[in-house]
Design a protein around this ligand. Structure first.
Ligand SMILES: [Zn+2]
Ligand SMILES: [Zn+2]
Length: 637
């Protein structure tokens, strides 16, 4: 909790879209303080620690107590103080959601390092920094804007110019301190008497530390002139950040753009002609070094001392190159992918394998944040136009390649195609009763066998389609890591050992017949539609009210996460462990699988109803709720 401070004698009114660092810089100038002195005064660092660093996390958001203290000292409303941070973009801009959100509690900064969030540097427009000529801006400069921290912002539309990516003198990104310094809100916090528009990067040379000090509000021209088509694109992107479009759709569109940019960078130069001519030379210079072997990223990256980086999932540092890629991605997504001139299939055919480290979080993003329609389109290309080679190459381990060969082993089961079952009608995880109907009925062991409940659906999808084991698992929404990485969580059955009758084709036929007797449900569509689902506050309160008086403890957050997973699994026919509450962005990044174990144990006890059932009233209420959700889905479709 920040210590209380008296309000400053003089403050400033925030400028439109001004960022917290920008506001602080103008205020240091007005009060003639160093930024370190000011940060202490406005309670961003403790009053008595001379070495405290102002955390860059404040740019994302300020916690309520700090927000109030800060607003009071700087004589503004808490709403105005909050508007200096990026928090309000969190539900529209996926990188911010990644950096902030945590389910079931107040959001707080979690993972500052997101490629599409410029936390330790800012792009800038010189004319904005120079101010608009009003007395207050003439005296202390214009705003360092918030949107310059979002990598999708590459141009200033007020001044019709590309944003600058680095200081013309020291050639480092603005407000970055030094290239290797840790994240700080304000570099050179102890340097006195700098104008807000002066470069604050440290020059490392000849042992003496000196601040660059170059004025960034000068008239140096950008490397290229902003074109109308790119200005239009910038308008569209800025509108997405604050439009009437539902936040979830906006977030999906940004995620789609990020995935498309990964594909374009990885497949470069296959889709090069989608980029505007004005940006192509700059793009070429940026992308060519990346296309060398991923395990040897070249001297540029090596010098930063980092491991081979996820370069494809990150935007270029340069705003003109970023503009070119965003434009290409925007048009790639806008094309009809079944049309004869579509670049997507061509691009997908030319991609490096999925295990290349340069992909970063691309595939995760596609699976969890991108729009269902992009997932479907990429899926279709793979299913209809590609050989399975690409997915197979993606398998990095020997054991996985053994899994691949099962395509041949089980080729003979490919006789169920005539039953008219579509792969999307197979649940990811078999309900216990289906398993009982399929295997020997007296077997308790089989009922609780998660392995069979997981693997049989994969084999069944194989049997009714042309997919191999890995493709079928991926189709069912099972993470690639489960089928390819060192400890396989899903691998093909050994019929003699794993099945009572030792006969996989016969078992699959029984299962297929059982599926035919069930109501047809598109489990895949449900999984996609509800890929960010959890129980909302109101429903949870209602559920909790059904607790009979005196029955055990009041359900806590842990129970609530389990409840969300339970209901989600019920209506999507999917694994508890793959429920959205256990996946990013809803799942805290620092929680490991072993920390999920108590959740999964609880869920299995709820499911099996094995005594002692911890909260039988809750199970009943959750099943009822799941049926209600299903009723609304079937009603809607
Ligand atoms: Zn400007
Ligand atoms: Zn500089």
């Amino acid at each position: 909790m920040p210590a209380a401070q008296a309000p400053l004698p003089r403050s400033l009114e925030p400028l439109p879209d001004e960022s917290l660092p920008g506001f602080l810089l103008r205020l240091t100038h007005r009060l003639d303080l160093t930024s370190h002195q000011l940060a202490r005064r406005v309670t961003l660092i403790p009053p008595d620690d001379p070495h405290a660093r102002v955390s860059a996390a404040h740019l994302l958001m300020m916690q309520p107590a700090r927000l109030h203290a800060f607003a009071e000292v700087t004589r503004m409303t808490t709403a105005d103080a909050d508007a200096l941070t990026l928090r309000s973009y969190a539900d529209r801009y996926p990188a911010l959601a990644q950096a902030l959100v945590r389910p079931g509690s107040i959001p707080r900064p979690r993972r500052l390092s997101q490629p599409w969030l410029l936390m330790n540097l800012s792009r800038y427009c010189p004319a904005c920094l120079a101010g608009d000529g009003t007395p207050i801006q003439a005296a202390h400069g214009g705003p360092w804007k918030r949107q310059w921290r979002l990598a999708v912002t590459f141009a200033c539309l007020d001044h019709w110019t590309f944003l600058r990516s680095e200081c013309p003198r020291c050639r480092l990104p603005a407000l970055s301190g030094r290239s290797a310094s840790p994240l700080a809100l304000l570099p050179a916090a102890n340097a006195p008497r700098l104008h807000p528009a002066q470069c604050r990067n440290w020059l490392d040379g000849s042992g003496r530390r000196e601040v660059c000090g170059h004025r960034l509000d000068g008239a140096e021209p950008a490397a290229a002139a902003l074109t109308p088509e790119l200005a239009d694109l910038q308008t569209v992107l800025l509108d997405l950040l604050g439009s009437d479009e539902p936040a979830e759709l906006a977030s999906q569109r940004f995620a789609d753009l990020q995935v498309a940019i990964s594909l374009i960078q990885a497949g470069w130069p296959v889709a090069a002609e989608l980029a505007p001519a004005a940006t192509r030379a700059i793009l070429e210079a940026h992308l060519t070094p990346q296309q060398q072997d991923g395990h040897d990223p070249g001297p540029a990256v090596e010098s930063a001392g980092s491991p081979p980086a996820a370069v494809w999932s990150a935007p270029p540092g340069d705003s003109i190159a970023t503009a070119g890629l965003l434009f290409a991605a925007y048009h790639l997504l806008a094309q009809d992918s079944s049309g004869p001139r579509s670049a997507l299939p061509q691009l997908l055919r030319n991609l490096p394998t999925r295990d290349d480290i340069r992909w970063g979080r691309t595939w995760h993003m596609l699976a969890h944040q991108a729009s269902p329609s992009l997932r479907r389109r990429i899926d279709q290309v793979y299913r209809h136009r590609l050989s399975a080679d690409w997915i197979r190459q993606g398998a990095p381990t020997l054991r996985a390649s053994k899994a691949n060969t099962t395509q041949k082993v089980f080729a003979s089961t490919n006789t169920l195609t005539d039953l008219g079952i579509a792969p999307e009608h197979i649940p990811q995880c078999l309900p216990g009763s289906w398993l009982l109907a399929t295997t020997l009925k007296d077997s308790e062991r089989d009922l609780t066998s998660y392995r069979l409940r997981r693997v049989l659906p994969v084999h069944l999808v194989q049997a009714i389609s042309e997919m191999n084991f890995l493709e079928a698992a991926a189709f069912l929404g099972i993470p690639t890591s489960w089928t390819t990485q060192s400890r396989l969580r899903i691998k093909p059955l050994d019929p003699r050992r794993d099945l009572k009758n030792g006969d996989l084709p016969a078992t699959l036929r029984l299962l297929a017949q059982h599926v035919l007797g069930q109501e047809k449900v598109d489990y895949r569509a449900r999984r996609m539609q509800f890929s960010r689902w959890s129980i909302d506050d109101m429903t949870w309160d209602e559920l909790c009210r059904q607790r009979p008086p005196g029955r055990g403890r009041k359900p806590n957050e842990h129970t609530r996460e389990c409840a969300s997973a339970f209901v989600w699994s019920y209506f999507t026919g999917s694994e508890f462990a793959l429920a959205p509450v256990f996946q990013p962005p809803m799942r805290p990044h620092d929680r490991t699988l072993s920390l999920d174990m108590p959740h999964l144990t609880k869920l299995r006890r709820w499911e099996s109803k094995e005594p002692p059932v911890p909260a039988s009233w809750l199970c009943t209420a959750l099943e009822e709720h799941a049926r209600q959700v299903i009723a609304t889905i079937s009603h809607a479709s």
